[in-house]
Ligand binder design. Sequence first.
Ligand code: NAP
Length: 226
Amino acid sequence: SLTPLKINEIKKVNISNDQVDVDAKAVLFESGIYAVLPKDVPEKLALAALDVAGAPAQVEKLVKEGDTVCIIGGGGKSGILCCYQAMKNVGKTGKVIVFEYSEANAQRIRDLGLAHVVLVGDATKPVEIYNKINEITNGELCDVVINNVNVPGTEMSSILITKDDGVVYFFSMATSFTKAALGAEGVGKDVTMIVGNGYTKGHANLTLEIIRESKDIRELFEKLYV
Ligand SMILES: NC(=O)c1ccc[n+]([C@@H]2O[C@H](COP(=O)([O-])OP(=O)(O)OC[C@H]3O[C@@H](n4cnc5c(N)ncnc54)[C@H](OP(=O)(O)O)[C@@H]3O)[C@@H](O)[C@H]2O)c1
């Protein structure tokens, strides 16, 4: 969506992993960012992980030891990387909660041990998710909420489950500025909302390090994206 491509030939369209193999020339600007592809990670795996590199890198910046963090859509590609980083950052005293739509994706997170609590539900239903998170956190709600879904209409859920003075990071491209801004005002929530800047310093290295550190995530991503 950002980099101009002159496509000479479309070789293959891979519906299952959202990848298209092309013979093409990319136009890279002097101010653009780039990363050297590592020798120890297969190209397709590295590209799949780098696609969402901003998300776990922002988690590293936002999440502190002892925090309660909820990752909405935590069972997807960016969500899994965020879970790994959040588990690292919250330490022994914090809590990572995943709120995921399908039982299959939720089970993946349980199997990988990437969260303390995994809840299944629909994040487009604010009251449903609020009640569940309220109960799990004994009314305390979350210090940081990371939104990794691929559907519209989850702004209010993200806002409602964040405690006052907490932070919501909207990585999802389906986020509506209008719904987030007016939603927070409408329910009187003094939360900091961050537009999902896909870049933060060191994002590529941090993400590739996760792939190196976690054999489980690497195996799963190889299965799904290579
Ligand atoms: N900000 C940036 O720079 C940037 C860069 C790349 C991507 N993105 C965006 O980030 C988002 C996530 O990307 P991704 O590659 O991680 O996507 P993904 O692998 O498809 O993950 C999305 C996850 O959200 C879950 N989900 C869908 N509907 C839900 C609901 N109603 N309640 C709870 N969970 C729900 C999905 O569950 P099911 O599979 O069970 O439906 C899936 O696990 C997308 O919107 C993408 O466009 C942003």
